[in-house]
Design a protein around this ligand. Structure first.
Ligand code: 5AD
Length: 463
């Protein structure tokens, strides 16, 4: 009973939490396996941000529970946001689930599995489900060291903070992730140094609202926020070539952060800057504390610091009360910013949030229409920006073989995926790639300079 498969839904934070659970389980002697069919324990790490994500995980869990009929020792656990959001209520729909563990209790999973295993081995009857969704002081400090073990990764994720204290009226995250808690800066920097020593070249700092990092724990010094201080310290870590972060809040983009983009070359030319809506009326109803004018000013200040700056964003269409004219404001803002990429979400009612009881809920047909209209605007803009790079040479961090295994893949400084021929020894290196062709989301090119003649496909004998 020691083969564990973890299936993750939702955001990078969830991916990161799953990696941390996997590392803790490996340290206890469990084997993390890739196959859902050949495992003894299956853990679903879930997402609650939209109803569809919850329904997907519940459907999956229901399906998996059928397996228990043939194999009563099979263990099914539900972890993360939906576990936190629904707690023991999940047992109404999924009575045979063994484990429900919330977002502040991931580090308890190995103990719970050990106990279950011991009970099963002793022949004890299957007891009640374990439900643990309490708050835990200091839980932000339990998430670390996920790189233990064999995998060396070029791009690593480092959690800097948990929870969120904003009160966006549409959002379930403050309920699922709790209050904002930051990890100590020294711990984060040490983790980045360790990751660099193990081969990581790019660090993505993760948090629900990274720009608020440490605001209650560290003073602003010389007009520099704790988050920008942290960026400065990670920027100084030898071996780390690139730093990214997600997700920031527009509110956090003051001069200190704009200046960091000119003074810290490792930041690259990309910002993910969630706007949610381009209508001031809707932004107010969403309780987002900025206007479209302020947002556009931030974009301009970042493009002034780095003219090649690429932006991505999150947008919700069909928020309660959104009229055609509000939607046109969003469309116009998208055109004005000229995004490289955007995640567009149809508004999803989350019970218990203020927006759930607002008048003017928008019918699904209209939400879908707006979703499609915006997708088309963004697709066209993204393709235009992508094609403008044809003929240029981009610095690419080589991450590994692409999906076909025949070529290599990596990202440009502006976070565009690139595919090209290279040699395995270039993984983890920054290489110049001349762009020959571009689709909406991917650049295709060739290595230039000293490495260009030395390419071999990953499967071929290396030189
Ligand atoms: N409905 C639709 N999208 C949502 N998001 C958050 N809550 C909701 C909701 N209730 C989106 C936001 C956020 C992203 C992670 O998910 O755009 O930035």
């Amino acid at each position: 009973m020691n083969r564990v498969h973890i299936k993750t839904y939702g955001c990078q934070m969830n991916e990161r939490d799953s990696e941390a659970v996997a590392a803790m389980l490996r340290a206890r002697g469990y084997r993390i396996v890739a196959s859902e069919d050949d495992c003894d324990v299956l853990l679903l790490n879930t997402c609650s941000v939209r109803d569809a994500a919850e329904q997907k995980a519940i459907g999956k869990a229901g399906h998996l529970l059928a397996r228990k009929r043939g194999d009563p020792d099979f263990v099914l656990g539900i972890l993360g946001c939906m576990a936190q959001n629904r707690g023991a209520g999940l047992l109404d729909r999924l009575p045979d689930v063994d484990l429900i563990v919330g977002t502040q209790k991931f580090h308890r999973v190995p103990d719970y599995l050990d106990n279950l295993r011991a009970a099963r081995e002793a022949g004890a009857p299957v007891g009640e489900a374990v439900v643990d969704i309490g708050e835990e002081a200091g839980s932000q400090n339990t998430i670390r060291d996920h790189m233990e073990g064999p995998d060396r990764r070029v791009c690593a994720f480092v959690s800097i903070q948990q929870g969120c204290n904003m009160d966006c009226s549409f959002c379930i995250v403050p309920t699922t992730r709790g209050d904002e808690r930051s990890r100590p800066m020294d711990d984060i920097v040490r983790e980045c140094e360790d990751l660099a020593a193990r081969g990581a070249r790019e660090i993505t700092l993760l948090g629900q609202i990274v720009t608020s990092y440490g605001r209650r724990d560290y003073p602003h010094t010389g007009g520099v926020s704790p988050f920008v201080q942290l960026l400065g310290r990670v920027n100084a870590v030898a071996g780390i070539e690139r730093i990214r972060f997600t997700s920031p809040h527009p509110r956090g983009f003051r001069q200190d952060l704009a200046r960091a983009y000119s003074s810290m070359p490792k930041l690259g030319e990309h910002v993910h800057l969630p706007v949610q809506s381009g209508s001031n009326r809707i932004l107010r109803a969403m309780r987002r504390p900025y206007t479209r004018e302020r947002y556009l000013e931030i974009v301009a200040s970042l493009r002034a610091a780095q003219p090649a700056m690429a932006f991505s964003t999150d947008i919700i269409v069909g928020f309660p009360g959104e009229t055609d004219s509000d939607f046109e404001d969003t469309r116009a803002l998208c055109e004005a910013v000229d995004y490289d990429m955007a995640y567009i979400f149809k508004y999803s009612v989350r019970s218990g949030t203020p927006a759930a009881s607002m008048p003017g809920q928008v019918p699904e047909g209209v939400r879908e229409e707006r979703n499609q209209a915006l997708l088309e605007v963004l697709r066209a803009g993204s393709l235009r920006r992508s094609q403008a790079l044809v003929g240029t040479v981009q610095e690419v961090l080589v991450e590994g073989p692409d999906r076909t295994g025949l070529r290599f893949t990596g990202r440009t400084r502006a976070n565009r995926a690139a595919v090209f021929e290279a040699a395995p020894r270039l993984v983890g290196h920054l290489v110049p790639v001349e762009i020959a062709r571009a689709s909406v989301s991917t650049l295709y090119g060739e290595l230039v300079g000293a490495d260009a003649g030395l390419q071999t496909a990953p499967g071929a004998a290396s030189l």
